[in-house]
Write a protein that binds this ligand. Sequence first.
Ligand SMILES: Cc1cc2nc3c(=O)[nH]c(=O)nc-3n(C[C@H](O)[C@H](O)[C@H](O)COP(=O)(O)OP(=O)(O)OC[C@H]3O[C@@H](n4cnc5c(N)ncnc54)[C@H](O)[C@@H]3O)c2cc1C
Ligand code: SF4
Length: 505
Amino acid sequence: MGNDTGFLQFKKESPPLRPVQERVLDYEEYDTFFPDDDLQKQAARCMDCGVPFCHMSCPLGNMIPDWNDLVYQGNWKEALASLHSTNNFPEFTGRICPAPCEDSCVLTEHYTLDSEEKLNKVNTVTIEEIEKHISERGWDEGWIEAQPPSNLTNKRVAIIGSGPAGLAAAQQLRRSGHTVTVFEKDDRIGGLLVYGIPDFKLGKRIVSRRLTQLRQEGVDFVTGINVGIDVSVNDLKKNFDAVLLAIGAQNARKLTAKGHNLNGVHYAMDFLPQCNRDVVGDFIPENEKIDSRNKLVIILGGGFTAADCLGNINRQGAKSNVRQFELVNMEPRPTPVHEEANTDCRANVLTEAIIDDGKGNVTAVKGVKVEWESKNGRMNMKRVEGTEFTVSADIVLLAMGFLGPTVEGLLENLEVELSVVGTEKSLNPTQVKKLLRNSQPVYSVRSNENFMTTQDGVFVAGDANRGASLVVWAIWEGREAARCIDEYLMGNSVLPSTPQAEVLV
Ligand SMILES: Cc1cc2nc3c(=O)[nH]c(=O)nc-3n(C[C@H](O)[C@H](O)[C@H](O)COP(=O)(O)OP(=O)(O)OC[C@H]3O[C@@H](n4cnc5c(N)ncnc54)[C@H](O)[C@@H]3O)c2cc1C
Ligand code: SF4
């Protein structure tokens, strides 16, 4: 460790976001960068703790104290190598990870006494910023190059889905010498990195340059193919030695309240991909456009997806008094997009009905406050009588979470078993489809400790395996599943493994 008093000498500082008035006029990333020497001061704040909770809390097991020190010493290239040893795509996580590492940084427990003998909290190391900066330095310097395998194994692996889980697995498996084909049903590669997460959080050129690297390493990409429908499951099994399902968990939780199907009510995942397409100039038919310009918008939900809807409507020019209602007892996590609008964020609100203007269009939302009580280990919801309210709306965006992967087609035809939250039993896809007709269970593809589903040679990773989660977890799952596939194909594997971190996100 280079500087053992760095955290006392330097305050935590992050580069400012672009000014609100400027950034809402475009879809460019809102982050800015520090000059290298400012960032080195931030890296100097790391105490190189004996028990580095940050490293243990990063799902990827990123070697945080090591690369903080390397940055402080100015060894950027070595810092990049350390970062890449656990993370295929640090430029993604460096931008959009919620950084559980920073929540665990030991500096959160430290206080200093000021001249008036007052206790002042010492802020955490700005880990995510350092991660982003190291990876960008690597790209700028040309240090990030294709690493094609030197020997081929003649084993063929099909990866279904091109989100972060599929991409991380593809890179690990290709570098081990396997012939890897990634199938994607959409017209672009990237999963939610391109058709969910907005450009102002993660510019799409950041994804494209990684895809170029994967192509140069020899990964084949096939777009516009819905596997299980356009390619049969039998063909898949016949032509490949192993299959990885990295199909995400994009089956959205539905709104069941009266009026849920009025004109003007839209699922977030109908809106967000369209916004990203608009940014790159794709043609969007007039009758499919969701345009919030000069409209009153209400967003239902409090997570990432809801925040991304907010950022997009801020840029489209929605009326400024946006409302965001969350059912559970948790205020929507404030993000940079909340600074951009005069948002009325409320937790503990149940949407009871969406009101019709008499012509089939939304005109208002009727809500009520609720309270939550814990009884026999379950949370029960209670309406608070007398708190009913009605607020006007032209557009309602539904961002209420996700249940699990699409069951129809691939999973159904593969006949892999599924796990349903709240029951220990394994259910087959037909049983889950039946459940979904009357209720909204949260489910995932069932797998063992080696990421293998109930079908031999068929593996699963990412949101399809763990439920809707985070990019950092998807990368971890992709890397771990790749090692298990390599072992399945070759009898052993030299691919690295990181034990599952105990992080509650
Ligand atoms: C709007 C939104 C914003 C988010 N923001 C963040 C964030 O800021 N930070 C963060 O850490 N996480 C964020 N997340 C979560 C994160 O994006 C996901 O956890 C992550 O993308 C999961 O990766 P994945 O590879 O498992 O699946 P996905 O990214 O969902 O990719 C799955 C891919 O599989 C394809 N596919 C599915 N079925 C088939 C088939 N049969 N044939 C061919 N292709 C198929 C899909 O088209 C899709 O492209 C966000 C999620 C959403 C919805
Ligand atoms: S990937 Fe996320 S948790 Fe890991 S070091 Fe980066 S910001 Fe922290």
